[in-house]
Design a protein around this ligand. Structure first.
Ligand code: BGC
Length: 767
C-alpha cells in the first residue's frame, strides 16, 4: 500500500511537472542561445517572418490621418499610412504576433499598450520599440534634448557624447523604447543636404570617434540588461555625397573614396559593437543600397565582420520598385532587399507576404529566415524584454530629465558653440556696459534651438536665447521684437520696425539662421528632406541684418542652424558672430553665458563653412591639386576653416617635438606640445594633430586629422599634450588598393585649427 501511494504521488508529480513546465524560452536563467533555439522550435514561418516586420505606432497613424488630406496620405510616402489597413487591423496583427517591432511610438503609455497586445499572442514575444533618438530621446515630450550631432562634434569631446548617449539610453528604457536609430555617421561633404546637422561633420576620424562614443553610450560594452538600448549605425552609405544636395540622390563614388572617407566611421562603430545598421536611401554607383548585396553582405558582413541586424530605412525596399526601378514589382523588391541582407523591414505590410511566398516557392531557404530571426530574438532576450516588456509609468521621472542629464545637455552646449568673429573684443559683454539692448530674429525665442528629430517640448523645459540673455543680464533694458518663428516669412515692414528700434538701442543682437522643427514641416528649411540650392540666410534675414548693421549700432549675430551657412557679408561687416548650431534645451543659457563671458567659448568647427554654394567640395582634407588656382571670380579659401573657433583667452603653443624623427614601417611615434593659456581668463582648447603623406603612389589629401585633445587651462597654466602616431595614422590605400604604410616622409602638423597659419609642422621619415 505504501509503495502504491508512493507510485501514485510520484506519477502525480510527474504529470504535474509536465503540465506546469514552462517553455524553456521563458526561463531567464537559461543561456540566450538555448532560449532562442527553444522559441524558434515553437514558431511558425509566419511568426518568424513577423519578427522581421516593423510598423509605425498607432498614435502616429492616427496623427497623420488627422493632419493630412486623403490625397496627401495617398501620395506622401513620408506618412505612416497603410492603405487598406485600419488601425484595428494593426492591433489585431499585434495580438496575433504578426508584428515584431514598432517605430515612432512616442509615449510610454502607447509602448505599454502595444506590448500588452503582443502579450496576448500565442508565444507572447515582446516588441522592439524603435525611435530616432539622435540627441536625446527627442520625439518624447519631456525628454532631455541635447545639442544636435553637428554641435556635439564641435565639442571635440567624445567623452561627453558617450555620457549623453548613456543618459539617452536610460531615458529611452524608462519610456519603453529599446532601439535608437542613432548615430548618423555619414561624412557630410555637401552642406546643401538638409541632414548635415544630424551628422558629426566632414571629417571621417572625428565622425568615427563621435559615432563610436554614441554606440558605447547606448549599448555599453555588453548589450545585455534592461538599461541598454540597441544602437543603429546609419546610413550606409553615400547619402551625404549627394549629386545635387537632394536627400537620397545617387552617390557615385570610387572605391578609394568609399574606403578612405565614407567607410571609416562605420568601421569604428562596428568595432565599438554596434548591433544594428541602416542602409541609405541612395544608390551607390548604380546599385541601390537597400538591394546591394556587395555592400550589405560582402563588404559589411564578410569583410567588416558586422554581426548585428540590418533594418531597412522608411519604405526604401519598396523604392527599389517605385523610385530606383531596379525591381519591376514590389514583391521582387522585397526579395531583392531580403537577399541583399535586410533583416528587418521598416515599415508596413507587403514584406511578410512576399517573403513567406518566397519561402514556399523555394526562392528563399527556411534557414535564411531562421538565421535572421535568431539574431533579432537574441537581441530581445539580451535586452531583458521577455522578463520586462512594460515600463512603470510612475518611475519615469526618476530617469528622465534628471538634474545630471540637464547638466550634460548644458555641458555639451557650452562646448559646442563656436565663436567665429570678435572684432575689437566686443565680446564678452560686460553687464551694465550696454543698458539698452535690442533683440530680434526668428530663432531668438522659440524651440528652433532643439533642431531636427525633436518634437515640441514643454516650454518650461527650454531656455530660449532671449530667456538666457535676460537671466544673464537681468538689469539690462531689453527690447525684443517678435518677428515669428517662420524664417521664410519676414516682412519688409518688420525690418523697418527693427531699424527703428535698433536705433533707439545701444546694442543689437540678431538671432538668425534656419529652422529644423519637423512638427512645422512646411516652414522648416533644414533637417531631413529640407535640402537647398543656396546657402544664404533663408527669407529676408540677410536684409534684416544689413539694415540693422547700417544703423551703426554695434551688432552681434547669433546663428542657429544645422548646416553651414554662407554668410560672407556678415563675416565682413558684423563685429561679433556666434555659430550656435542647434544647441538643445539649455542652448539659450549656454549662448548667453558665452555672450557675457561666464564661459569662454571653446568649440571648433567640425565642418568647413564655404563662402558660397559654388565652393562646395571645400572640405579641409582635399587633394593637393584641388585649390591650386584661385577662382577668376575670387578666392578659393573658405569663409571659416575646419577646426577653427575663437576663445576669450589666448593659447600659446610651444614648438612640437617628435619622440623620433625616423621610424620603421609598423612603428609608432609620439608628438608632444606644450600649451599655455597666455590670456587672462580660464579656458579650454582643442589641440589638433594633422598628418600629410608627402609623396605617395596614389594621391593623398593635403592634411588629415589624426588626433585631438580638449584641455582645460587656467589663466597662465601650461599643459603638455602628446599624441601617439600609430601605423593606422599613416596608412592608406596605395595605387594597388593595398592598405598599409608606404615608406617616405610625412608632414606632422600640430595646432589650433586646420588653417595653415594655425599649424606648426615637423617632418617624420618612415623607412
Ligand atoms: C530616415 C531614418 C529614420 C527613419 C525613421 C527615415 O526617413 O532616413 O534616418 O531612422 O526615417 O524615422
Amino acid at each position: 500500500m505504501y509503495k502504491l501511494i508512493l507510485i501514485i504521488i510520484s506519477l502525480g508529480f510527474a504529470i504535474n511537472t509536465t503540465a506546469e513546465k514552462k517553455p524553456d524560452y521563458t526561463n531567464a536563467k537559461l543561456p540566450t542561445e538555448v532560449r532562442v533555439k527553444d522559441l524558434m522550435s515553437r514558431m511558425t514561418l509566419e511568426e518568424k517572418v513577423a519578427q522581421m516586420c516593423q510598423y509605425v505606432g498607432i498614435s502616429h497613424m492616427i496623427g497623420v490621418q488627422q493632419t493630412l488630406t486623403t490625397k496627401e496620405l495617398e501620395t506622401s510616402d513620408a506618412a505612416g499610412y497603410y492603405p487598406g489597413y485600419t488601425i484595428e487591423d494593426i492591433r489585431e496583427m499585434t495580438r496575433k504576433g504578426l508584428i515584431g517591432s514598432f517605430l515612432h511610438v512616442v509615449t510610454p503609455d502607447e509602448a505599454n499598450y502595444l506590448q500588452k497586445l503582443a502579450q496576448q499572442s500565442r508565444l507572447k514575444i515582446p516588441l522592439f520599440i524603435a525611435i530616432d533618438a539622435l540627441h536625446g530621446n527627442g520625439l518624447y515630450r519631456g525628454a532631455t534634448i541635447y545639442p544636435t550631432a553637428i554641435g556635439q562634434a564641435a565639442t571635440f569631446c567624445p567623452y561627453l557624447i558617450e555620457q549623453m548617449s548613456r543618459q539617452t539610453a536610460l531615458e529611452m528604457r524608462a519610456c519603453g523604447m529599446q532601439w535608437a536609430f542613432a548615430p548618423n555617421v555619414e561624412v557630410a561633404r555637401d552642406p546643401r543636404w538638409g541632414r548635415v546637422g544630424e551628422t558629426f561633420g566632414e571629417d571621417p576620424y572625428l565622425a568615427g570617434l563621435m559615432g563610436s562614443a554614441t554606440v558605447r553610450g547606448l549599448q555599453t560594452a555588453e548589450l545585455k540588461g534592461q538599461d541598454k538600448v540597441l544602437a543603429c549605425i546609419k546610413h550606409l552609405v553615400g547619402g551625404s555625397l549627394t549629386s545635387n544636395g537632394i536627400n537620397g540622390s545617387p552617390a557615385d563614388m570610387s572605391e578609394r573614396m568609399l574606403r578612405e572617407v565614407f567607410l571609416p566611421p562605420f568601421i569604428k562603430c562596428i568595432e565599438a559593437g554596434g548591433m544594428s545598421l541602416m542602409p541609405s536611401h541612395n544608390d551607390l554607383n548604380g546599385i541601390p543600397c537597400h538591394g546591394n548585396r556587395w555592400l550589405l553582405d560582402d563588404l559589411l558582413r564578410k569583410e567588416l565582420g558586422f554581426k548585428g541586424i540590418i533594418v531597412s530605412d522608411w519604405l526604401d525596399v519598396e523604392r527599389l520598385n517605385t523610385i530606383h526601378t531596379t525591381a519591376s514589382t514590389k514583391e521582387e523588391a522585397y526579395l531583392t532587399g531580403l537577399q541583399a541582407g535586410i533583416d528587418v523591414h521598416m515599415h508596413g505590410p507587403g514584406f511578410a507576404e512576399s517573403v513567406i511566398k518566397g519561402v514556399q516557392e523555394g526562392k528563399i531557404s527556411p534557414q535564411t529566415i531562421d538565421d535572421r530571426v535568431a539574431k533579432i530574438l537574441e537581441l530581445k532576450f539580451n535586452l531583458g524584454l521577455f522578463e520586462r516588456p512594460y515600463v512603470d509609468l510612475k518611475a519615469i521621472p526618476r530617469s528622465v530629465l534628471t538634474d545630471d542629464h540637464r547638466q550634460t545637455a548644458l555641458d555639451i552646449a557650452r562646448r559646442s558653440i563656436v565663436l567665429l568673429k570678435n572684432k575689437n573684443q566686443l565680446l564678452p559683454l560686460r553687464k551694465g556696459h550696454f543698458n539698452k539692448i535690442f533683440i530680434t530674429g526668428h530663432n531668438a525665442d522659440n524651440q528652433s534651438t532643439l533642431g531636427d528629430w525633436s518634437f515640441e517640448q514643454p516650454d518650461e523645459n527650454i531656455t530660449t536665447i532671449l530667456e538666457g540673455i535676460k537671466e544673464q543680464d537681468p538689469d539690462a533694458q531689453i527690447d525684443f521684437q517678435d518677428i515669428g518663428r517662420n524664417v521664410r516669412d519676414l516682412k519688409p515692414a518688420q525690418i523697418e520696425e527693427a531699424v527703428k528700434r535698433a536705433k533707439q538701442s545701444e546694442l543689437a543682437i540678431l538671432v538668425v539662421g534656419e529652422n529644423s522643427m519637423r512638427y512645422h514641416w512646411k516652414e522648416k528649411t533644414c533637417g531631413e528632406n529640407s535640402d537647398r540650392y543656396e546657402l544664404s540666410l533663408p527669407g529676408m534675414q540677410q536684409q534684416l541684418v544689413e539694415a540693422v548693421v547700417a544703423t551703426g549700432v554695434p551688432t552681434i549675430v547669433i546663428l542657429v542652424n544645422g548646416r553651414p551657412l554662407s554668410t560672407e557679408w556678415i563675416a565682413n561687416h558684423v563685429p561679433a558672430i556666434i555659430e550656435a548650431w542647434e544647441p538643445g534645451m539649455l542652448g539659450g543659457q549656454a549662448v548667453a553665458e558665452i555672450l557675457y563671458g561666464k564661459i569662454s567659448p571653446s568649440a571648433k568647427l567640425p565642418i568647413t563653412i564655404p563662402r558660397s554654394v559654388g565652393q562646395i567640395g571645400c572640405y579641409y582634407n582635399h587633394k593637393k591639386w584641388a585649390y591650386r588656382f584661385p577662382y577668376v571670380t575670387g578666392t578659393t579659401a573658405p569663409l571659416y576653416n575646419f577646426g577653427y573657433g575663437l576663445s576669450y583667452t589666448t593659447f600659446k603653443y610651444s614648438r612640437p617635438r617628435l619622440s623620433a624623427s625616423t621610424i620603421a614601417v609598423g612603428d609608432s611615434v609620439r608628438v608632444s606640445v606644450d600649451i599655455t593659456n597666455s590670456g587672462t581668463v580660464d579656458g579650454e582648447e582643442v589641440v589638433q594633430l594633422y598628418i600629410r603623406d608627402d609623396y605617395s603612389s596614389a594621391t593623398r589629401p593635403v592634411k588629415e586629422l589624426k588626433g585631438f585633445e580638449r584641455i582645460a587651462l587656467k589663466a597662465g597654466e601650461t599643459k603638455t599634450v602628446s599624441f601617439l602616431i600609430t601605423p593606422e595614422s599613416l596608412a592608406y590605400y596605395d595605387a594597388q588598393m593595398r592598405y598599409g604604410v608606404e615608406p617616405g616622409t610625412f608632414t606632422v602638423m600640430v595646432g589650433s585649427s586646420s588653417r595653415k597659419e594655425d599649424l606648426q609642422t615637423l617632418r617624420l621619415t618612415v623607412k
